[in-house]
Every structure is written in structure tokens, then in C-alpha cells.
Design a protein around this ligand. Structure first.
Ligand code: ADP
Ligand code: MG
Length: 286
């Protein structure tokens, strides 16, 4: 089975963007907070994502919906970004465009230095498969497989010959699922199922893991466990996470919060706490 032919794999072509590009000019500084980190993170050479003037329109003419209306943002590697905003403000659309699940109407999205618009359908499919993790509100696990099989299946489908047991042990330890690995999803709680879904995304070592309301179907305790795991994934496993949420407590786990309204980036907050996020949301509502 072929895996990662460097000659044709677009993501392997390390081609750092010039640092004077408009995106890097507005890119935020490196994450300032890494509570669980034991070592100082090395400076990141290039952000995991650069989005420049991204617009996504649905329909045409007077009925055009501007789901995204010119968004410029950078996502540093090894950072945890939350995306908030009212229903219909474009949060899911932004995630899908950044993840290459959807195409943009105008503007550019670079994932790990690769301009997504320059990829063929086949290359884009492979980029998503090999370099993007996605966690949904509904866990989307395969019901007939055990937790462990759910976690490792995508990597095997993507061409990995055998499971990297060391990495599996690390991911499973971080997700605190030890004795649950042989259980099927129906035998797991919602919180455990979502942690399996997060572990599945992270096991493939994606450039970025996107999560759209990952705690939306969970009680607060299970939600807290999932959020703690996403935080550790960034601090201890060097992952990059972008998460949509409407919950200020969830957003407080992130390094930074982006606030969307009507398809635009209207504010940004570093080192959020539940209180400061709630305060900001209330001000928008006034
Ligand atoms: N496939 C689609 N076709 C038409 N309009 C869409 C489609 N997807 C989303 N929209 C519209 O785009 C806007 C943003 O949607 P969405 O990104 O789902 O918002 P959010 O996730 O913040 O609730 C909404 O007005 C929504 O109705
Ligand atoms: Mg949404």
C-alpha cells in the first residue's frame, strides 16, 4: 500500500510563506498559555492555517447568503482556538472551509503551507484524510467496532501497515480510556464515546483537529472531560485544535477565542475565562 509519496504529497512540500504576507501581518502571537506543558514549546516556523479574506456565499443574486464575508485569520501550531458567535454567524462554514471540507467563494486558505484551492479533488481528499481531524457533535463512531478499532481504523485505511502501539498508548492514556478499549460504542457513555472520537481524530496525527460543538450532546462533567482531553492534546501531544462552541466554559479551555457575527470576525480574545467570554457575549447582545 502506498503511503506518503513525498514527490506528490502536497503537504510535504515545505514551502514556508513569506513572512510579510497580509495574513501573517495580522496573525496573533504564539499561544501564551500552556498550563500542562513541561517543556518550552519551540517557536513555530509557520502557522498551521492561514486564511485570507475568505468569503463563502450560498446562492446568487438578491438571495445570496454571505455565510462568510471576508475572514482573515491565522492559527498557530500547538494552539487551541475556540470559535464563538450566534447561530447562523458562519462558525460551521468557517470550520468546513478551513478543513477543506468545503470550497471558498473567494479568498485563500492555506493548511500547513498548502493553498487548498491549488489541489485537485484527489489531492484534497488525501489531504483531508492524512492531515485533518474532525470531531462532530454526534460522535459518528462505527457501532460494530470496539473503541480501539474505531481509533485505529482511519489510520489503517489511510495506508498505515500496522498500528503504532506506542502512540496508541499515549493517546489512550491522554484520553483516560484504558479499560474501555475493548468495548463497543453502545457500551460506553456519551462522554466516553466522544473521547473515542477525539482519540480517533488525534491518532492520525493531523495538522489540525477541528471540532464542531464537541460537547453539545454531553452533560457538563462529560463535556469537561472531553475539553480537558483537547487541552492536553495541545499541551502534551503538540496538536492544534480549532473548536466551535457556544459555551463560555468550553471556550475558557482555549488559548484564544474568535468571535463571529454575520460571517465576519468581529472580535478576538486571548487567555479567555468563562467570565470574560460571557461578558463579551453579553456586550454583543446589547
Ligand atoms: N448549504 C447551505 N446552503 C445555503 N445556506 C447555507 C448552507 N450552509 C449554511 N448556510 C447559511 O450560512 C449561514 C451560516 O451558517 P453556519 O455556518 O451553519 O452557521 P453557524 O454554524 O454559526 O450556526 C446561515 O445563514 C446558514 O443558513
Ligand atoms: Mg454550526
Amino acid at each position: 500500500m502506498q503511503r506518503r509519496n513525498d514527490a506528490v504529497d502536497p503537504i510535504r512540500q515545505e514551502d514556508p510563506m513569506p513572512t510579510v504576507s497580509p495574513v501573517s501581518a495580522v496573525s496573533p502571537a504564539q499561544p501564551v498559555r500552556a498550563p500542562g506543558a513541561t517543556t518550552e514549546a519551540a517557536p513555530s516556523p509557520s502557522p498551521a492555517i492561514k486564511a485570507y479574506a475568505v468569503a463563502k456565499h450560498y446562492g446568487a443574486g438578491p438571495n445570496t447568503v454571505r455565510a462568510l464575508d471576508g475572514i482573515t485569520v491565522g492559527v498557530p501550531r500547538r494552539s487551541f482556538t475556540a470559535v464563538m458567535g450566534p447561530s447562523g454567524s458562519g462558525k460551521s462554514t468557517l470550520l468546513h472551509c478551513l478543513a477543506g471540507l468545503d470550497t471558498v467563494t473567494s479568498g485563500t486558505v492555506e493548511l500547513a503551507g498548502v493553498d487548498l484551492a491549488k489541489l485537485s479533488d484527489r489531492e484534497l481528499t488525501r489531504l483531508r484524510r492524512d492531515h485533518v481531524g474532525f470531531v462532530f457533535q454526534s460522535f459518528n463512531l462505527v457501532p460494530t467496532l470496539t473503541a480501539e478499532e474505531n481509533i485505529t481504523l482511519p489510520a489503517l485505511l489511510a495506508g498505515q501497515r500496522k498500528v503504532d502501539q506506542g502512540w496508541l498508548a499515549e493517546v489512550v492514556a491522554a484520553v483516560s480510556l484504558g479499560d474501555r478499549l475493548r468495548h463497543r460504542p453502545s457500551e460506553l457513555s456519551g462522554g466516553q464515546q466522544q473521547r473515542v472520537a477525539v482519540a480517533r481524530a488525534l491518532f492520525a496525527r493531523p495538522e489540525v483537529t477541528f471540532a464542531d460543538e464537541p460537547t453539545g450532546n454531553l452533560d457538563s462533567r462529560s463535556g469537561g472531560e472531553t475539553l480537558g482531553f483537547l487541552r492536553r492534546a495541545v499541551d502534551e501531544l503538540d496538536q492544534t485544535v480549532v473548536m466551535v462552541t457556544h459555551d463560555p466554559i468550553a471556550a475558557a479551555h482555549a488559548d484564544r477565542v474568535l468571535f463571529l457575527a454575520d460571517g465576519r470576525l468581529v472580535d478576538e480574545m486571548s487567555e479567555p475565562t468563562a467570565a470574560t467570554v460571557l461578558d463579551r457575549i453579553k456586550r454583543f447582545e446589547d
